[in-house]
Write a protein that binds this ligand. Structure first.
Ligand code: AMP
Ligand code: MG
Length: 330
């Protein structure tokens, strides 16, 4: 029905994807990285500025379509880091002007949920586990609602912090996953679930003390950390499924690339007769295709801004999913 281009720029990734009739034609990205970890927002924004034209050209080339055939330009409006979001919206506005096509503002978290439908999920609960975000989200009574979330840091940032303390480079997640495979002994750690919310700062302090004591192997600590923290996440997702009476679970975010988290989620779903969906890696992490995918659905329902209205659009760095006005579904 439409060809929509999506731009992602909320944090470290600048991505461009193109979707036609719900099918992904291309999905290109370039990620800002640092030696020691941690995003410096202004540097990440500079990265986005420098790679945007290249990533755009690659995405158009891969899609095999002429840019003139693009019907609308979707972009991540929020939540995210303001300097990074600004680069995305600037690029989107420039393109909108050049092609004479409207803008479609997309909420990044909702896009993580909706892309799960491409893998077959119908009306899922999203367990969103990224660097800065940790949320359990689902659509209910006219809005995408946050049923549970972290009370302090995102799970990815927590894992990276633990890794940094253990002298492991950034990003810590994939390296910790490998170390955890060699862990043999389960070491008890604080387990912090409050209803459908989770918290990590107490566990981090405890882990730091254990590293300092020199009594534990990092492999065992990595293994125990994963078992504990992923059990917390899966527990909140299960409670949300039960609470809202939904049958599909979708994973999203960089931490969801972890095989053990996937396995534990799968087991939980099986036990309660729910279906488990895990998008492929390129769609789990931040990417332009998911923005284009939701952008097309929104565009087809009549949401688009052209000319002066497009020029006046702004970023929404702190937008929450339940603030999103949902006009495209019942
Ligand atoms: P995102 O913010 O969604 O891009 O995700 C980035 C976060 O995912 C970082 O904190 C990474 O350490 C984490 N991450 C990536 N791969 C893995 C993995 N295999 N296991 C655990 N965490 C991971
Ligand atoms: Mg994300």
């Amino acid at each position: 029905m439409a060809i929509v281009l999506g731009i992602e720029s909320t944090a470290h990734t600048f991505g461009v994807g193109i979707v036609r009739d719900g099918k992904i034609l291309s999905n290109k990205r370039d990620m800002y990285t640092t030696e020691s970890g941690g995003i410096i927002p202004m540097d990440s924004a500079k990265h986005h500025r420098e790679v945007s034209s290249k990533v755009y050209s690659e995405a158009v080339l891969e899609s095999g379509i002429d840019e003139k055939r693009i019907d609308a330009i979707a972009f991540s409006q929020g939540p995210g880091l303001p300097p990074c979001l600004l680069e995305g919206i600037k690029f989107a506005k420039k393109l909108s002007k050049k092609l004479g096509k409207p803008l479609v503002p997309v909420n990044h978290c909702v896009a993580h949920l909706e892309i799960g439908k491409l893998t077959g999920a119908k009306d899922p609960v999203l367990l969103y586990c990224s660097g800065a975000n940790t949320q359990v989200i689902s659509y209910a009574s006219g809005k995408y609602r946050v049923f549970g979330e972290t009370l302090d840091t995102g799970v990815g940032n927590f894992i990276d912090n633990f890794a940094r303390y253990a002298g492991i480079g950034f990003p810590g997640g994939p390296k910790i996953e490998k170390l955890a495979l060699q862990g043999k002994e389960y070491i008890e750690l604080p387990y912090t679930v409050k209803g459908m919310d989770v918290a990590f700062s107490g566990i981090l302090t405890n882990l730091k003390q254990k590293i300092e004591s020199g009594k534990y192997k990092i492999e065992d600590l990595s293994y125990s950390m994963q078992e504990t923290v992923f059990a917390m996440l899966v527990e909140t997702a299960e409670r949300a499924l039960a609470h809202i009476g939904k049958k599909d679970l979708v994973l999203g975010g960089g931490v969801a690339c972890n095989s053990r988290l996937q396995e534990m989620s799968k087991i939980m779903c099986k036990e309660r007769n729910a279906k488990f969906f895990c998008p492929e890696r390129s769609l789990l992490v931040d990417n332009g295709a998911m923005i284009a995918y939701l952008g097309e659905i929104m565009f087809n329902s009549g949401i688009s801004f052209l000319g002066k209205k497009a020029e006046e659009m702004d970023i929404k760095p702190r937008e929450r999913t339940d603030e999103v006005e949902v006009k495209w579904r019942k």
